[in-house]
Write a protein that binds this ligand. Structure first.
Ligand code: NAD
Length: 367
């Protein structure tokens, strides 16, 4: 019997609402498959600020260190918007978590079922079969972490701000390895996205990806694309991609574009994998919905729990090696949604159910 030891950081607004339902689904699966769950809940984000004075309380970080994975909800919202930028829930909780655990590989499936193509702002004839692509974003390097990062007043009185875009070859190699694994599990096609016509870091990026794939993954069909073109191609014909890999800021922007064309944020999950291994010898990871805390719908019981449920599936796949269980959950979500049970974000004005009823439908599909 396997024991799944993980930290549950639900966060703020809809975070706890969708987390409750995702845990209910997981508990159902655990009963069916004789898995032992050992999870502990802790405050993060606004809840951390309110109850402990900071967005990532020491006790929460300690709990994460003692766990094999983190199941994360989402953090932030109007209540804490007036805090200084450095104390804001997202910046003061998520970025330190990424850094502390070296969560360098962000894996975001861009999935839109054929039955939900109306949810996409793209013309449906461009995506007759829906969308099925994967974005792999480097998460701990590049502009967001590079030093120096500062604003200074110059001798002439002008003010100058600097961010630094920096990448090491080893950082590019390890994210390429993650992308190869993802591509191997799919159609074996990998597109690396950069700006090698302008940026020095991108020149190194392209050279490193090319050499690494040639050396370690001759079975993978590798292509390269400039990021400006990639932004257009995503909107023109997203399914021309299978897996794409890119650096931190490009990935931030492209993965959000991908989320938009996939319809609702309520359906998209993500995994952020660490450089370290957990006690099972598998990647330590943080698993969360792609969306935020949705304050506009919080407290109404209408948020879509599917992204959080699908994040559970990713956690089982990557941090606990339970591929079959992950596939079962993903199939159950798909069956429930395509069978007609939908929250209002994907109901297109038709009959919509609430958060709990959506999870009930997934549980029913699990048998
Ligand atoms: P958001 O993702 O919270 O919401 C954008 C839109 O998508 C809203 O209309 C919302 O109702 C809808 N939506 C999101 N998730 C949904 C779900 N599960 N079901 C149904 N509809 C859903 O983005 P925002 O409004 O820009 O941000 C709100 C707060 O969330 C901000 O404080 C922001 O900083 C924070 N945020 C946190 C994270 C994170 O914790 N990783 C990510 C993004 C935003």
């Amino acid at each position: 019997m396997s024991t799944l030891k993980f930290a549950v950081l639900a966060g703020d607004y809809i975070g706890p609402e969708v987390m409750t339902e995702a845990l209910r689904v997981l508990e159902h699966v655990a009963r069916q498959e004789n898995l032992t769950l050992s999870y502990t809940k802790a405050d993060v984000g606004g809840a951390g600020i309110d109850n402990h004075g900071k967005a990532l309380p020491d006790s929460t970080l300690k709990l994460c260190e003692q766990s094999d994975a983190i199941l994360f909800g989402s953090v932030g919202g109007p209540k804490w918007e007036n805090l200084p930028p450095k104390e804001q829930p997202e910046r003061a909780a998520l970025l330190p978590l990424r850094k502390h655990f070296t969560l360098f590989a962000n894996i975001r499936p861009g999935l839109l079922y054929r039955e939900l193509t109306d949810a996409s702002p793209l013309k449906t004839d461009r995506i007759p079969e829906g969308i099925d692509i994967v974005c792999i974003r480097e998460l701990t390097g590049g502009l967001y972490f590079g030093q120096p990062k500062q604003t200074t007043t110059l001798p002439d009185g002008d003010v100058q701000a600097v961010d630094t875009m920096v990448y090491r070859k080893s950082e590019i190699e390890r994210i390429t390895a993650t992308a190869i694994t993802a591509a191997r599990a799919r159609k074996k096609r990998l597109c690396s996205i950069d700006k090698a016509n302008v940026l020095e870091t991108s020149v190194l990026w392209r050279k490193t990806v090319t050499e690494f794939v040639a050396k370690h993954a001759a079975d993978i069909e590798l292509s390269h694309m400039y990021v400006d073109n990639a932004a257009m191609q995503l909107a023109r014909n997203p399914n021309q991609f299978d897996v794409f890999v890119t650096e931190n800021m490009f990935g931030d922007i492209l993965s959000d574009e991908m989320a938009v064309i996939c319809g609702s944020l309520g359906m998209l999950s993500s995994a952020s994998l660490g450089a370290g291994q957990n006690s099972l010898g598998l990647p330590f990871g943080l698993y969360e919905p792609a969306g935020g805390t949705a304050p506009d719908i919080a407290g109404k019981g209408v948020a879509n729990p599917c992204a959080q449920i699908l994040s559970v599936a990713l956690m089982l796949r990557f941090s606990f090696g339970l591929e079959k269980t992950a596939v079962r959950i993903e199939a159950a979500v798909k069956k429930a949604v395509t069978g007609g049970t939908r929250t209002s974000d994907i109901a297109f004005g038709g009959k919509a159910v609430g958060t709990k009823a959506m999870a009930d439908a997934v549980i029913r599909e699990l048998g």
